[in-house]
Structures are given as C-alpha cells and as structure tokens.
Design a protein. Structure first.
Length: 176
C-alpha cells in the first residue's frame, strides 16, 4: 500500500536582527553618563544650535571650552583615545556643517591616529594623523581654549618618523 505524499509544512520566516547597521560599540559607562545629562537625548546647547539654524541665524561659535570638549581632552591625555573620540564625536554631530566642524573632525582624527598607533597599525595611524592635522591647521594657534600648535607640530613630527623603516617609539601628545 502506497503512502500518500506528506505535505510539507511551510515554516514562517522570522526576521531576526542580529546587528544594527552603522552602530558603533558603546562607550564605557562613565562616558555614557556624561553624554546624556539628565537622561535626555542630546544637550540643551545642541538643541539651541539647531533651533538657531532653523530660523536662518548662523550658530554662535563657542568662545569657551564646552564640557564635552574638556572631557574629551581629559580622556585623550589619559590615553583613552577611543573614549575621547566618542565624546568629541557627540559634540560634533549636532553641528556637522557648522563653523567648528573641522575643529572637532581634526581632534577626532588625531585621536583615531593615536589609537591606531597603540594597536601598531602604521597605515591607519599615518592616514588619520595626516587628515587630522590638515583639519586643525585653519584653527591654529589656539581654538576653543585649546592650544593646537603643539599638537599639530607633534603630529607632523610623528608623520616624519613613521616614514622610516621599523616601528618607531614615540611619546603620545598631550593637549594643553
């Protein structure tokens, strides 16, 4: 006696989101707490910059050191280049096309170059240091309460040393 062919049951496909595209690893808990004061998304300063831009007025350039900029400098000077990069990126994101955009991009690139150097990635360090120094040059000698001339000259020195053979031992810069 022949068996009737068994009906295959269709499985319903479930969409499983294994990762979120373009999402960076989360910074440390201490940095996250400083990024969202009071548990809100973004800062009041960032929102006010957006509202000023929407009314047709250019955003006012900051003449003082913002808390995010200061925190990024502290992290950079302590050797936590990834966390400094994240804090500066948070400051840069609300006003990516504004007058201080290149300043923050330069700091972010220099921090990324230092991170590549600590991981012994010559090509990444050279590329990031070069682009970071180029972004910071229009803001020399000082911008936002930060002395940029020593930082840019140190990065230029690192670029010369990295052109030589062998792995150079350099002392990472300190932002004053």
């Amino acid at each position: 006696m022949a068996r009737a062919p068994r009906r295959r049951r269709r499985r319903r496909r479930r969409f499983v989101r294994r990762f979120r595209p373009l999402q960076l690893p989360r910074p440390s808990a201490a940095v996250r707490l400083r990024l969202r004061p009071g548990g809100r998304q973004g800062s009041a300063q960032a929102r006010s910059r957006w509202f000023d831009r929407s009314r047709g007025r250019p955003p006012v350039p900051s003449l003082f050191v913002t808390p995010g900029l200061r925190r990024g400098v502290e992290l950079f000077n302590s050797g936590r280049y990834w966390d400094a990069h994240e804090v500066w990126e948070h400051e840069w994101m609300p006003d990516r096309k504004g007058p201080e955009s290149g300043f923050y991009k330069g700091l972010i690139q220099v921090a990324a170059g230092c991170l590549h150097y600590t991981r012994r990635n010559r090509r990444g360090a050279v590329n990031k240091w070069r682009s970071g120094a180029d972004y910071l040059r229009p803001y020399l000698p000082e911008h936002g309460g930060i002395s940029l001339a020593p930082l840019v000259s140190a990065v230029d020195g690192y670029l010369e040393v990295m052109g030589e053979s062998g792995w150079p031992d350099v002392v990472m810069p300190i932002i004053a």
